[in-house]
Design a protein around this ligand. Structure first.
Ligand SMILES: [Zn+2]
Length: 480
């Protein structure tokens, strides 16, 4: 078995975990009289005794912490996860090449409130947004106009000319779901630089997309529009956004100097990585489980989305440990470039290998490695109802929520072809505290919570691989 292979380069911790698996191979729920209740208990025991997902996570973020597309660490992560899956005895371990954008953060990033006396200058915590052009070498020094919406900016267009446009609308704390709060604010980051340039602004400075109050700026992708001048875009920490707002009320003419030296390089070759247990009856029918291997460069991308990657590996590993020989293929995929292009997800959906395969489902974990709550199901009501029949099994894991919702960004291209999509739903109160920032590090991930996510994924993959899903269109007909 896997642990006896040589030269894998994996850590001692991994080797120990793999060794401990040798003794515990049990027969899974197989044969016509499947007992999935027993199977669920076996999954829990096998998962929680080792917390192997956390060991894989530790390895990945330690060896390849800054996995932004096109970077050296992204390349290392491709090699490392392929090695992990190979060491664990997965079948058909391979990389599928994809070209990715290559944006690089520079050496310096600063924002200084210029007081006319350098001893009184005050620094604010900022970072460049992904995809931004740099500022001139000596920075941009200008007055600041604070706005809370694009409508307000349009009203103040004359006033904004020549200024740094400061988008300071927080994520709405009244929203129960943090992803909804994020969705209601993130357009400031995504297109703020375009809107700023349209009114003659010289730069965009955006309140970080987080509900946390701290001095850590959160990056993320931003875009430009053809025909509109490219002005630099940056994020400011929430505490510093509040400070700047307060200082602007005292002195609307204060000046800020923004300096950062990021750059966009030519596109670079990268890859999705896959490994699987091949189905014994219907090998060409595939259940995909995945996460994205790339991440922003500020932290380690531990929650976003190294967690989703190692959970996919662990889900397949767990099924192997239980001796499962599924009817259909169960494939773990590490997608590349979710953060600034979705190139991996798009490439996977149309890769030549897909022409001889039929995907029966795609599952993604990309909401952080937190305690799982259940599954969001991207498909029609009939599909949701079908999956809800399995609720008693998921309730044994405390994850009985099965609701209509989105699967994930990386699987969206294959879901768009009619494949049912699933997303791992988690307790996400803290997700945006860490998301895209220096806070997203290994110490924020709890081994048991992470493992439980992998267990839920393993269960869903196994159920679908064994039972299939009912034929159907899976997509609601849009209402007229
Ligand atoms: Zn993500």
């Amino acid at each position: 078995m896997a642990a006896k292979r040589k030269g894998t380069g994996l850590s001692l911790a991994m080797a120990i975990a793999l060794f401990s698996m040798q003794a515990s191979v049990v027969l899974a729920a197989e044969g016509p009289e499947r007992n999935y209740d027993v199977f669920v208990q076996k999954l829990v025991e096998a998962g929680l005794k080792n917390n192997a997902a956390y060991q894989l996570l530790s390895e990945l973020v330690a060896r390849a912490p800054h996995r932004l597309s096109g970077s050296a660490d992204a390349r290392k992560a491709v090699e490392l996860t392929a090695k992990m899956m190979d060491s664990l005895g997965f079948q058909q371990v391979h990389a599928e090449t994809v070209m990715v954008p290559h944006w690089v953060r520079g050496q310096q990033e600063s924002a200084v409130i210029v007081q006319g006396d350098t001893r009184r200058d005050r620094s604010l915590a900022i970072c460049a947004l992904g995809g931004s052009v740099p500022t001139p070498k000596n920075g941009i020094t200008a007055e600041v106009i604070e706005v809370h919406s694009f409508e307000e900016l349009a009203e103040k267009a004359d006033e904004a000319r020549g200024k740094i446009v400061f988008f300071n609308r927080p994520m709405d704390p009244a929203k129960l779901h943090t992803f909804e709060a994020y969705g209601g604010a993130v357009h400031q980051r995504a297109t703020g630089a375009i809107r700023a340039a349209e009114v003659g602004g010289v730069a965009a400075l955006v309140r970080s997309m987080t509900l946390a109050h701290d001095r850590v700026p959160h990056t993320g992708v931003m875009g430009y529009q053809e025909g509109i001048v490219k002005v630099p875009g940056s994020a400011i920490s929430t505490n510093d956004a509040d400070t700047l707002s307060m200082l602007l009320k005292r002195n609307p003419h204060l000046k800020l100097r923004l300096t950062f030296d990021c750059e966009t390089l030519p596109e670079a070759p990268s890859a999705n990585v896959a490994g699987q247990i091949t189905g014994v009856e219907k090998p060409d029918e595939v259940v995909v489980v995945g996460g994205h291997l790339d991440c922003w460069d500020k932290g380690q991308g531990a929650h976003d989305d190294a967690s989703g990657c190692v959970q996919a590996i662990e889900a397949v590993r767990l099924l192997k440990e239980l001796g499962v020989k599924p009817r259909r293929t169960i494939r773990a995929v590490m997608f590349m470039n979710e953060e600034n292009g979705t190139r991996g997800g798009k490439a996977y959906a149309v890769a030549p290998q897909r022409s001889s395969e039929h995907h029966v489902a795609a599952l993604e974990s990309d909401r952080g490695g937190f305690a799982p709550l259940g599954l969001s199901v991207q498909g029609d009501s009939a599909l949701v109802a079908h999956v809800q029949q399995w609720r008693p099994l998921f309730e044994q894991l405390g994850t009985g929520r099965i609701e209509k919702g989105s699967g994930g960004v990386d699987i969206s291209p294959i879901v768009a072809t009619g494949v049912p999509g699933f997303g791992l739903m988690v307790e996400d109160y803290r997700y945006f505290d860490y998301h895209h920032s220096g806070n997203d590090t290994l110490d924020k991930v709890h081994p048991r919570e992470l493992e439980m996510g992998a267990i839920v994924e393993a269960l869903l993959c196994y159920l679908i691989a064994e039972e299939g899903l009912p034929p159907g269109t899976f997509h609601e007909t849009p209402s007229q």
